[in-house]
Design a protein around this ligand. Structure first.
Ligand SMILES: Cc1cc2nc3c(=O)[nH]c(=O)nc-3n(C[C@H](O)[C@H](O)[C@H](O)COP(=O)(O)OP(=O)(O)OC[C@H]3O[C@@H](n4cnc5c(N)ncnc54)[C@H](O)[C@@H]3O)c2cc1C
Length: 394
């Protein structure tokens, strides 16, 4: 048995191996960690309370190389799947909202254009998104169609040289800063779902904050209205036909959740661990208590299981063998496990945890959203249930 010093962040040595094998992934992780510690962490509580992300944050994330990691899985280099996973983990160590903004930009918007756009669309739209000069949002959900996007009311119709779009989208991340939206709408005649690149400056496009949002306050989603929007035919994603197209993008975003939630859980674990060593109760540090140690080990156990799931998904993705129900299962279990870790941390921190300079409560509130979006726990369960039984219960 080795007598090596333990690394709490990598208790089973799962991610250490990756970083040795993939130098570029290690670089991006270190760059993000430095940026978070020096420029982000000190302000997070205040930003969260104010419900804002400072201007220029997306450009800063771009300059760290984050958007290069997940937008185009076929891009050359070692960026996908390891660098994408590690980048998402580091971002969410700070806040799920930052990670959500990044994974929407690259995993949903850039991925949709890279995968379903034609050469001209890729050449026009991807580089500015990659450099953070433009910001993108992904508008699928509607107030009346969440878990089942097939029920969407937003429609589109080809009228000669342009497409007409009409409808309302809800809970659109990045819509506050977006220059463009990837919008999904149902073709009026055929009922087929189509995807469009919609510049937010186009006449008929409106955006409204959902000011009551109590979770994910660094990336609170907005409402989007589309009223008789006339789009040139070149803005239609020619390769995106049917619900499979947005769902393929969502698999990419679920992969980001699998890795990102590890970061949030680790941050909660560290906060709780530090507190138990400093806080004296009944004449000794809390960390001496058997019940406190049991809670810390429960947290550690969740984190190890999360890491093992994430690393195995990355291995499968690296071999091009990853199936979407596997990602759904890991998203379901990692989001729930991170929530459990955050709740245990809050229980340990007790009243101290409700102050905004504590991190775990903020993570817990954010993770309720993470557990909900890109498909709720129930929806992931039904995806996996269909995969294992061959029967759809949707
Ligand atoms: C912070 C945040 C950011 C978001 N960002 C985006 C974005 O950028 N773009 C976008 O398009 N959307 C976004 N969403 C929307 C998100 O994807 C939806 O909230 C999610 O898909 C669930 O839809 P819903 O909220 O309408 O819940 P519903 O579909 O109304 O579900 C309500 C409840 O019923 C359960 N349920 C539904 N159907 C079944 C069933 N058949 N069997 C059992 N249980 C069922 C669900 O699990 C849930 O518990 C975001 C949401 C949040 C909270």
């Amino acid at each position: 048995m080795s007598a090596a010093k333990i690394d709490i962040d990598d208790y089973f040595g799962t991610t250490g191996d990756i970083q040795i094998a993939f130098a570029q992934s290690l670089n991006i992780q270190n760059r993000i960690r430095r940026w978070i510690v020096e420029e982000v962490q000190p302000h997070l509580g205040q930003w969260w309370q104010q419900g804002r992300t400072p201007d220029g944050m997306m450009a800063q994330m771009a300059s760290l190389g984050i958007f290069e990691t997940g937008g185009d899985p076929k891009a050359p280099g070692e960026r996908w799947p390891w660098a994408y996973g590690l980048a998402m983990r580091e971002l969410e160590r700070a806040d799920s909202g930052l990670r959500t903004r990044a994974s929407v930009q690259c995993g949903l918007v850039m991925h949709a254009i890279a995968r379903f756009g034609d050469d001209r669309q890729r050449a026009t739209w991807l580089s500015p998104l990659l450099r953070g000069e433009t910001v993108g949002g992904f508008a699928l959900t509607e107030a009346g169609a969440g878990s089942n996007p097939k029920e969407m009311a937003c429609w589109c119709q080809r009228k000669g040289e342009y497409w007409l779009l009409e409808g309302n989208k809800r809970w659109v991340t990045n819509a506050d800063q977006a220059d463009l939206l990837v919008v999904w709408a149902k073709e009026r005649d055929t009922e087929e779902i189509r995807g469009f690149i919609v510049p937010t400056t186009y006449p008929g496009v409106t955006r409204q904050p959902i000011s009551t949002h109590a979770s994910m306050r660094l990336a609170a989603p907005w409402d989007v209205g589309l009223s008789a929007v006339r789009l040139p035919v070149t803005y239609c994603l020619a390769g995106a036909k049917g619900l499979q197209a947005p769902l393929a993008c969502i698999t990419q975003a679920r992969y980001a959740v699998v890795w990102g939630t590890i970061g949030a859980a680790l941050d909660c674990f560290h906060e709780a661990m530090d507190f138990t060593q400093r806080r004296i109760s009944f004449g000794r540090s809390l960390a001496h208590s058997q019940m406190i140690q049991e809670r810390l080990v429960d947290m550690q156990s969740h984190i190890v299981a999360m890491e093992l799931r994430a690393v195995q998904l990355a291995r499968l993705a690296g071999r091009d063998q990853l199936r979407y129900p596997q990602v759904a299962l890991a998203k379901r279990d990692n989001a729930r496990a991170a929530l459990s870790v955050a709740r245990i941390a809050c229980e340990i921190l007790a009243a101290k945890g409700f102050e905004l300079d504590s991190r775990s409560f903020r993570h817990m509130a954010n993770l309720e959203s993470v557990d909900t979006y890109e498909g709720t726990y129930a929806v992931q369960t039904l995806i996996v249930g269909r995969d294992v039984t061959g029967l759809s219960a949707f």
